[in-house]
Ligand binder design. Structure first.
Ligand SMILES: [Zn+2]
Length: 66
């Protein structure tokens, strides 16, 4: 049974389900310097990030061309 979420990176539907669901921890977002960068990308504290399998693989393997 599916879950109807779209990937935050490529925008495609994550079928049958997302590979990764993560939430920005509020204290990290408020105190770490990259919080400002994340905000520039449109994220906010407490936002949930949803990624499909391909984008999760790319995130975890930055040297890959996947
Ligand atoms: Zn994706």
């Amino acid at each position: 049974m599916g879950y109807g979420a779209n990937c935050d990176d490529c925008g495609r539907e994550c079928h049958p389900f997302p590979a990764l669901l993560a939430q920005f921890q509020e204290d990290f977002f408020r105190t770490h310097p990259i919080g400002g960068h994340l905000s520039n990308f449109g994220y906010d504290e407490g936002d949930t990030v949803t990624l499909c399998g391909d984008c999760t693989y790319e995130l975890l393997n930055p040297d890959s061309d996947a």
